[in-house]
Ligand binder design. Structure first.
Ligand code: BEZ
Ligand code: FE
Length: 291
């Protein structure tokens, strides 16, 4: 048996122990522990999959490409996290809500923080292309009391399944985005167009990889919402169109029964038009929780 210290003999058998030995592991410093756990799992994966050096260079090239296509308009890292279920899992762990409260789902890569605040009843479809949809929303607490003054941020794809920031040359800036405030009854209302389901973008490295792997990339039709009110947990969620045939294969694991609603046809002559009613139920913020 060699009497050399373990740290000199990096091997397949001891790789993660050697890595951890060099860290100042202690209970009051989370970073070294997190790093040791990440590296242990990564080494385990490498031992299981046994990539060649060329395979590993491909992995690094893929991650480099993900970084290169990411900027303020396009967040390929968020897409990667969403499509492998990491974002949904983080939400599940962190946003367990009391029964009856509206569940969270992932925010996704197409959110913009700078959308305009609009008066109730505004039309957020700036190009008017698509079937009219009237949204009647309420924000309430778990006892059914209205929450006045809540901020409701919404964004959605157009009737062809594209977000305004995916088509800056084709859609008006801030098309299908807006921020509304609830009135004394906890109500907000706006006009828009019925969104279409879409495929997650597969023109970047993440979509290409998953497409090659045969992974379904569809997102059933939905509207996005973030609902904020002082003293309550912020809701980041989707409302899904019950009529979409792909509800069972959402690429990002966002569909929950409580978030699926029928878009009801509006009577009248002319082009089809729809109505959506949805009540967001907010849970009180837990002490010390990240709202
Ligand atoms: C979205 O709904 O906008 C979305 C979410 C995650 C990945 C891709 C798109
Ligand atoms: Fe979306």
């Amino acid at each position: 048996m060699s009497s050399r210290p373990l740290a000199l003999n990096f091997s397949e058998a001891n790789s993660s122990e050697i890595f951890a030995q060099r860290l100042p592991l202690s209970n009051d410093k989370p970073l070294p522990q997190v790093l040791a756990a990440v590296v242990t799992h990564l080494h385990q994966l490498i031992k299981e999959l046994r990539p060649t050096p060329a395979d590993w260079r491909n992995v690094i090239a893929f991650l480099t490409d993900v970084g290169h296509v990411s900027d303020e308009r396009r967040q390929e890292w968020v897409l990667l996290s969403d499509l492998i279920g990491a974002s949904a899992l983080v939400e599940e762990i962190n946003s367990r809500r009391p029964r009856g409260a509206t569940p969270n789902t992932v925010r996704g890569p197409f959110f913009r923080a700078d959308a305009p605040e609009l008066p109730s009843g505004s039309n957020i479809s700036l190009d008017g292309i698509g079937e009219r949809l009237e949204v009647f929303g309420f924000v309430r607490d778990l006892d059914g009391h209205p929450i006045a003054g809540a901020e409701v941020i919404t964004w959605q794809a157009n009737a062809e399944g594209f977000y305004e920031n995916q088509q800056p040359d084709l859609q008006p800036e801030f098309n299908l985005r807006g921020i509304f405030r609830t009135d004394e009854e906890g109500a907000f209302r706006y006009r828009t167009v019925k969104p279409s389901g879409y495929r997650v973008p597969d023109d970047g490295p993440v979509g290409k990889l998953l497409r090659q792997a045969g992974y379904p990339l569809c997102r059933p039709a939905h509207l996005h919402f973030i609902v904020k009110a002082p003293g309550f947990e912020t809701i980041t969620t989707h409302v899904y169109d019950a009529g979409d045939p792909h509800l069972g294969e959402d690429a990002i694991f966002g569909v929950k029964e409580a978030l699926v609603r029928e878009f009801k046809p509006l009577e009248g002559k002319g082009a089809p038009a729809w109505r959506l009613d949805f009540t967001f139920v907010m849970a009180r913020a837990r002490q010390g929780a990240d709202t």
